[in-house]
Design a protein around this ligand. Structure first.
Ligand code: ATP
Length: 369
């Protein structure tokens, strides 16, 4: 019997809409699997909560979350609350307190989805973004407000330990998945302190522990061009917080858009809960219309199950997504169709049910091993 406790934070805007579909899919799995029980608790920590309470989550919010095996997050962001408040009072505390120092983002061509790139087929790589330090630090400050001499200092914090652990996580993944090359994003020709430290320790980790792995080090400005020109040549990309953030939205763009891109904020030691969320935000422009693509959220739930040791169930979800896309009858507007969020979620849920009815599960389970 596998039993997991999952904290659900739908957030704002389309986060709420796409989360409903992910929960629909998880419930179908629960109904069909004998030995699989999820205890889910939903937390209304979003911009409404902020407007009512003056904070994004209760004072003991992190302690509450720590009791769960994992967190499934939707998206956050609303015009009533400054973006830095939603990010720094909800997402960042969760990532930092729970040492979710790996942000894992798969970049994979999906069947039936056309890449905007002329040669955009068969893209399949992953990005390991450092998620706990680097450029996204609250170290710094502002002086001389509203005066001609007004200034701001924003410090990047790179530590040997922080670089080492993200490099190890990326290398471990590469070796486990039979990958041959690690690409490191850098800018050590201009950012001469922080990025030189990055280069040195990524290089050391590979040399000391993973001699079979080829290390390609690329300046970030060149790397964004390579993502467009030769995306098929990447296997595992490791990047600092800011570079990884930018690269993963670009990665999402070259395989069909934000509605399809999941992400995982992982504490590899499993000492704390990890958090799974779509790459996209709350998309105020389409929120409330019921047309958001729920695939990124549903795929994030698949990553959650994989992290908790149920890779078999994760594969079932991904196969169902692929089947719906191959058939091409149900597609949301972002990928060229007119289906609603609910129709897309239901189509995926139905495909999962079909897999159980046709007994396809046996072969899927076999593929996992
Ligand atoms: P954030 O700063 O939080 O990332 P944002 O509004 O800048 O928020 P997104 O919310 O990610 O960025 O949206 C960017 C664009 O992509 C918007 O036009 C939005 O409608 C579209 N988009 C994002 N997610 C989806 C989705 N799941 N389905 C369809 N379109 C989406």
């Amino acid at each position: 019997m596998t039993e997991f406790t999952i904290a659900i934070i739908p957030g704002d805007g389309i986060g709420i809409e796409v989360m409903e579909e992910a929960l629909k899919v998880l419930k179908v799995l629960e109904e069909h699997e004998q030995d699989f029980v999820l205890t889910m608790e939903e937390f209304p920590w979003n911009s409404d909560y902020y407007v009512a309470n003056g904070r994004m989550m209760p004072e003991n919010g992190l302690e509450t979350l720590q009791a769960f095996d994992a967190i499934l997050f939707g998206a956050i962001g609303d015009a009533r609350v400054p973006d830095d408040v939603t990010v720094w009072e909800l997402i960042m505390p969760i990532r930092k307190r729970f040492q979710q120092y790996v942000n894992f983002r798969p970049v994979k061509s999906l069947p039936g989805i056309k890449s905007p790139l002329a040669s955009g087929d068969d893209i399949d790589f992953v990005i390991f973004r450092e998620n706990a330090e680097g450029e996204y630090s609250d170290s710094g400050g502002r002086m001389f407000d509203s005066q001609a001499s007004e200034l701001a200092i924003q410090n990047t914090v790179m530590t040997r330990g922080g670089i080492e652990r993200i490099a190890i996580a990326a290398c471990d993944y590469a070796v486990k998945n039979g990958k041959k090359k690690l690409t490191s994003a850098t800018k050590s020709n201009a950012v001469i302190h922080a990025m030189k430290l990055w280069d040195e320790h990524v290089k050391r980790v590979v040399a000391e522990g993973y001699p079979g792995l080829e290390l390609e080090s690329a300046y970030i400005d060149a790397l964004v061009a390579y993502f467009v020109q030769r995306p098929q040549t990447f296997e595992v990309v490791v990047a600092s917080n800011l570079f990884g953030d930018i690269l993963s939205d670009l990665g999402s763009g070259i395989v069909g858009g934000l509605g399809l891109s999941p992400s995982a904020n992982i504490n590899p030691e499993k000492k704390y809960p990890s958090m799974f969320e779509p790459v996209h935000g709350s998309a105020p422009d389409i929120a409330g219309k019921g047309i958001a693509n729920p695939i990124a959220q549903i795929w994030s739930a698949a990553l959650l199950l994989e992290h908790l040791g149920r890779e078999d169930l994760s594969i079932i979800i991904i196969k169902a997504i692929e089947k719906v896309l191959i058939e091409g009858e149900v597609k949301t507007a972002d990928i060229g169709g007119s289906a609603t969020t609910k129709q897309m979620g239901s189509a995926i849920a139905e495909k999962i049910k079909e897999q159980y009815v046709t007994g396809e599960m046996g072969s899927l389970m076999h593929e996992t091993n």
